[in-house]
Write a protein that binds this ligand. Structure first.
Ligand code: URP
Ligand code: ZN
Ligand code: ZN
Length: 460
């Protein structure tokens, strides 16, 4: 039996348009968009005074990630549910190869974690931590049969996830043959390892030594290097969680030789800065890699958005509770790296970006949804409000103020990286594939509602 939903009187915002309209949804898809639609629907929502945005796409999350001797504290159920509360309907999580094991095993493991559990839709990037002839032989199948067109390498986390330039070069070449794109965590792992050792040798063990061991130059150098490798192989490239002016300038330089590099930043790098590390072990809450930077870097990232050098805003959602963070008491390098954010991204970007007019409403949609859908091959199923697209829509009330707190958030994390932040605008209703999954702070979704999004090879 088919279901139908009518959203009346809202202001539809896409990456290109803004207009008042009704949206008629049948089953999972948008069927009609128009003024004063005269249709009968099983359910009607009055969205007067609200924006209707495409469901958010967070292209960088880590649910149940085994990392630094523990697991990130949100699994696919709790993490995607928190996303739905905050207006994110799709995530792209990283299936990470264990060194010595296969890519197929990683993808299967991540399917097991997510399948039957996720309540939001999900796709996977596959992280290659061990590129060898066997891995190379898997790429074609992972792309064509696994529905994965984006891969990842880590240029840091030496001894665990990092691979070297030769491996990356070979990976670039293989991806190019089959229509895959590389995404990269760009930090110089050797430089960082040396600085960590230096700091620990001096007895510098507090969280504030984390950013000092991962300076801007480590990110700038690695960003420049991977951009050069992509240039040499004429490959597309997406740099994840960019934080600083120096790295962005390497991207700017690359445009002078007509190279296109996609850049992702994360909401925390746009809004927070390194002063948060200066509070004893409390600073561990923001121990993430790369670390929070300086005011001048935040400015550079916002300007990068205006200059179309920064394309997406994600979260790198990778929460650890304080008892997990305590693994690094007495040694900052053992603090599990990562922080919660999936629930806050859409509202913070509205409140700090669109609401004060720092970015337009169209840009807001582009950064939080459309660009990721286009870059990663999910568009137009995801990332827009259009006839025939999945009815992933958030009814956003721009007037509703609220305060972010771990006491009220739904992420499985006992602190918030944005505790006490006053936010203008609230995601009132979240609709995923035509179903109202969250309304006025209540969830109406069953475990396993989320669907895997198999993607096609990218244009070569
Ligand atoms: O600190 C971070 N970013 N943790 C998650 C793993 C990664 O580097 O993306
Ligand atoms: Zn990373
Ligand atoms: Zn990450």
């Amino acid at each position: 039996m088919s279901s139908s939903l009518l959203i009346k009187n809202g202001i539809v915002v896409t990456a290109t348009d803004i207009y008042e309209a009704d949206i008629f949804i049948v089953d999972e898809k948008v069927q009609t968009i128009g003024k004063d639609l005269n249709v009968s629907a099983a359910k009607t929502i009055d969205a007067k005074g609200c924006y209707l945005f495409p469901g958010g796409i967070d292209a960088h999350t880590h649910m149940e990630l085994p990392f630094m001797g523990t697991f990130s504290s949100d699994d696919f159920e709790s993490g995607t549910l928190a996303g739905l509360y905050g207006g994110t309907t799709t995530i792209i999580d990283f299936a990470i190869q264990t060194q010595g094991d296969t890519l197929t095993a990683a993808l299967n493991q991540w399917h097991e974690k997510a399948g039957g559990k996720a309540v939001g839709d999900y796709a996977f990037h596959v992280a290659v931590t061990d590129f060898n002839p066997k891995t190379k032989a898997e790429i074609k199948t992972i792309i064509n049969e696994g529905g994965v067109n984006s891969f990842k390498t880590f240029m840091a986390y030496k001894g665990a996830l990092m691979i070297d330039d030769r491996q990356m070069l070979e990976l670039f070449k293989e991806l190019k043959v089959h229509g895959g794109m590389l995404t990269t965590h760009a930090e110089n792992g050797d430089l960082i390892d040396g600085l960590i050792a230096d700091n620990l040798a001096k007895g510098n063990t507090l969280p504030k030594y984390h950013p000092l061991s991962r300076p801007e130059i480590a990110e700038e150098e690695a960003s420049g290097r991977v951009i050069d490798l992509a240039y040499q192989t004429q490959s597309p490239l997406y740099i994840v969680h960019m934080t600083c002016e120096g790295a962005l300038n390497r991207v700017r330089e690359a445009t002078k030789r007509n190279q296109k590099v996609y850049v992702e930043t994360c909401v925390q790098y746009l809004l927070l800065d390194e002063s948060l590390y200066d509070q004893g072990f409390e600073g561990s809450k923001w121990v993430m890699s790369p670390p929070l930077r300086k005011e001048k870097d935040r400015k550079a990232l916002w300007n990068g958005i205006h200059q179309n050098l920064v394309h997406t805003v994600a979260t790198d959602h990778c929460p650890f509770c304080m008892d997990q963070k305590k693994m690094g008491e007495g040694n900052f390098s053992k603090i599990p790296n990562g922080a919660p954010g999936i629930e806050n991204r859409m509202e913070l970007m509205f409140s700090e970006g669109a609401s004060p007019g720092k970015i337009s409403l169209n840009k807001y949609v582009e950064l939080t949804s459309t660009a990721a859908a286009k870059i990663f091959g999910l568009f137009p199923k995801k990332g827009t409000i259009a006839v025939g697209s999945d009815a992933d829509i958030i009814v956003f009330d721009p007037t509703q103020d609220h305060t972010i707190s771990a006491k009220t958030h739904h992420m499985k994390c006992d602190y918030s990286a944005f505790e006490g932040w006053r936010v203008k605008g609230k995601c009132r209703t979240t609709i995923l594939r035509g179903q109202v999954v969250v309304d006025q702070g209540k969830a109406f979704v069953k475990k396993g509602f989320g669907q895997y999004l198999a993607r096609k090879p990218l244009a070569k």
